[in-house]
Design a protein around this ligand. Structure first.
Ligand code: NAP
Length: 703
């Protein structure tokens, strides 16, 4: 069994110690200096985290197998170099590698060299040069002190006056004790954190988390070390996370290795999802706080082999994480991040159902007391973020302390609606315009004394839904001045009789389009009927020859619903090229042809169906989501990425006769950028396209 020394004393270290406590490889845990919460699982060592020589000597004396460094200060003081000099195994970056956090300028240079997306920047030593630069840039401007500033060395200046004060503080008044600033363009979008275990060029990512930096609800007030965090993040798709790993974390790890200062600890990416994609705000060279407190409880693997492999430059193991949702709320001393009192008694922790990590507590006269700005972080771990949020705020009431306060809105980004307004696409209006154009063309034929296009619609039996659809089609013919021939056949008609009827229509010169309303009675093979319709009269474009033409990009006739969807996307000027489209449902009528058309428009297309595992994960990748399943409300908010275009093809009729889509419209609308309603979305567009197709068949036959 291994003995481990953890260096640090906050909530982050409590979470690390907790993970080590669960490790079957670890026997004894020590923590310098730790806190009363950590003391539950580790023996506290009264050595300051900055007293590197004393820590090193203590580790040698106590035959420590592995030391794990929590905070940034000992790393930047070179604790890792010092320990390694004497052959001690230690998890954390060398002093040189820690520059990725301790020097903003160094980090920016690494990003530039590795082509990692980040905001434009310049660094300055001279006050007046910095002032001139900031004057020349758009506001707000981000002014960062170039050195460790305990999370407080960043000012977002909204005007020149604020910029001037910040620059004076950082360059003239020596508030933080150094003399360099980085001035960056301001990026906009939700921020989030991605922590990775990194050893040289090996990168193993942890679950994403989001911190809440501002002290008050609604992200107001001054910056703090973090007032709460949660995981997972519904607004970041799996592929956006993969982008961050492949294009940010991995290239930085590679660059650092190539620069001769390889990473050997946690690389923390402070990232932002901007309108132009994921960009880097900053890097930290250690576990984030409070992100670690919400991420590490999800680790199902033994943490020790990972920490040891990083420390000893071995092959990193893969890790298993629970997919539960964690919400963590920080209890802070009133007045924080400004002046606050210490020594206020805390009670009720034993009644808390869940984990509470200590951040700044002390015990005096056997009484737990506040001893820091951020005092503890209370967690709830459940199956969903909303349940975790509910639970953490219920449970937190059980913790009593007159001097503590906490934010009431941790996790708000996860539940926030799309800030842009959702466009509900009016298919009826769009369809009307198409039908009017068809009518103009038909009228021009009439004015030239030419024959009018004619559509034959065959309805077998008296299924009420089919009757409604057929009526809609006949009405559209009337509106467009296309001639319609409704052929109503009995439910009991034989397949042969129907085939003969189709043959008659095929041979009828006065008929341009033939449509057989589906579904057909059991005695008739749909396939045989579709195959019997003459390809040049096949207004639905279901005949194998027309299907083949579509897949060969010879698109004379395109099936009506997919054609309507494409028309709608183009009409709304929705970007398709290079975007990810997910099609749910793989019918020959909708799913497959729309996938082909989207591919032709240069989308990356994923098809999902009734056997697709973890459908949510797939659909949440979609920039454009097309659903044609026929299952009421099978797509809810959990399936949809914020900002997605959602096209609902499904039509489901309730017992009361009301129509519903496959998409839960009320739930999904707040997330979507564009959405089609049911009814009134794709339905009318399908009929409008049927009119276009009839006209196209007429033209094809009269070429
Ligand atoms: P369909 O022949 O009814 O087939 C449905 C498809 O959905 C199948 O490919 C099936 O997959 C898939 N599916 C079923 N349950 C699923 C689930 N839980 N998750 C993912 N996929 C699932 O298809 P359709 O003709 O395309 O019709 C689909 C819906 O669209 C129906 O409600 C229909 O009324 C409507 N529709 C509307 C219009 C319009 O004009 N608005 C036009 C056409 C269709 P498997 O192949 O794996 O079984």
């Amino acid at each position: 069994m291994k003995s481990v020394l953890v260096i640090g004393s906050g909530g982050r270290c409590h979470a690390i110690v907790h993970a080590l406590h669960k490790s079957p490889s670890v026997g004894k845990i020590y923590c310098a200096k730790g806190n009363p919460g950590i003391a539950q699982w580790a023996e506290l060592v009264p050595i300051k985290e900055t007293d590197i020589n004393a820590l090193r000597d203590w580790a040698i004396e106590n035959k420590i197998d592995l030391t794990v460094v929590g905070p940034e200060v000992p790393l930047s003081l070179g604790i890792v170099d010092e320990f390694r000099k004497v052959g001690l195994k230690i998890f954390g970056h060398t002093q040189a590698a820690t520059q990725i956090e301790s020097s903003k300028e160094f980090a920016k240079i690494m990003m530039q060299k590795a082509h990692v997306p980040t905001a434009a920047f310049r660094s300055f030593k001279d006050y007046s040069e910095a002032f001139d630069y900031v004057k020349s840039r758009p506001f707000p401007a981000v002014i960062k002190y170039d050195g460790l500033a305990a999370g407080k060395g960043v000012v977002i200046a909204y005007d020149l006056e604020q910029a001037q004060v910040a620059l004076q503080d950082m360059l003239l008044n020596n508030t933080f004790g150094h003399d360099k600033v980085v001035i960056e363009d301001f990026l906009q979008g939700p921020e989030f954190s991605l922590m990775c275990f990194v050893c040289g060029k090996q990168v193993v990512a942890m679950p994403l988390a989001q911190d809440h930096k501002r002290v008050f609800d609604g992200d107001k007030g001054p910056n703090t070390g973090g007032m709460g965090a949660y995981t997972p993040l519904p607004f970041i798709t799996p592929q956006e996370k993969q982008f961050a790993i492949d294009h940010i974390m991995q290239p930085i790890a590679n660059q650092m290795a190539e620069e001769g200062c390889p990473l050997s600890g946690v690389l923390y990416g402070g990232l932002m999802k901007t309108a132009d994609g994921i960009k880097v705000i900053e890097f930290n060279a250690r576990f984030g706080d409070p992100e670690t407190e919400v991420v590490l409880p999800l680790l199902e693997s033994d943490i020790y082999p990972m920490l040891y492999a990083v420390a000893t430059k071995q092959q990193l193991p893969s890790l298993h994480w629970s997919n539960k949702a964690v919400m963590g709320v920080v209890l802070a001393s009133k007045g924080y991040p400004g002046k606050y009192e210490k020594g206020s008694p805390i009670t009720g922790l034993n009644d808390y159902d869940g984990i509470v990590y200590h951040m700044g507590t002390a015990i005096h006269d056997e009484q737990l007391q506040t001893a820091g700005g951020r005092v503890m972080i209370a967690l709830a771990i459940t199956d969903s973020l909303s349940l975790s949020q509910q639970k953490v705020y219920q449970q937190i009431e059980k913790i009593h302390c007159p001097q503590l306060f906490y934010r009431k809105d941790i996790g708000h980004w996860a539940f926030e609606e799309n800030t842009e307004q959702t466009v509900v696409i009016d298919g009826k209006q769009m369809a009307l315009q198409i039908k009017e154009k068809v009518r103009e063309k038909v009228d021009s034929l009439i004015s030239q004394n030419k024959r009018v296009p004619a559509l034959a619609v065959i309805l077998v039996g008296d299924n009420p839904a089919s009757k409604t659809y057929v009526n809609g089609k006949i009405k559209a013919c009337a509106l467009t001045h296309i001639e319609s021939h409704l052929i109503n056949l009995p439910e009991t008609i034989s397949e042969q009789e129907l085939l003969e009827q189709i043959e008659t229509l095929n041979n009828d010169d006065q008929i341009d389009g033939i449509l057989v309303q589906l579904p057909l009675p059991k005695q008739i093979s749909t396939e045989k009927i579709i195959n019997a319709i003459a390809p040049e009269k096949d207004v639905d474009a279901f005949h194998p020859i027309n299907v083949a033409h579509l897949w060969n990009a010879k698109t004379d006739l395109v099936p009506c619903t997919p054609k309507g969807i494409m028309h709608m996307l183009r009409e709304m000027q929705i970007d398709i090229d290079g975007r990810i489209a997910v099609v749910v449902g793989r019918s020959n009528i909708v799913g497959k042809p729309i996938a082909k058309l989207l591919l032709d428009a240069n989308a990356t297309v994923i098809m999902a169906h009734s056997h697709t595992k973890n459908l949510e994960e797939i659909t949440r990748m979609a920039d454009i989501l097309v659903v044609a399943v026929g299952k009421k409300h099978c797509i809810g908010k959990q399936h949809v990425k914020r900002g997605a275009v959602v096209i609902d093809v499904g039509i489901n009729r309730d017992i009361d006769g009301k129509l519903y889509g496959d998409v839960n419209f009320d739930e999904v609308k707040p997330l979507a950028s564009y959405i089609t309603p049911v009814p009134g979305g794709i339905g009318p567009m399908t009929i409008a396209m049927l009119m276009e197709n009839t006209l196209d068949c007429y033209k094809l036959r009269n070429k």
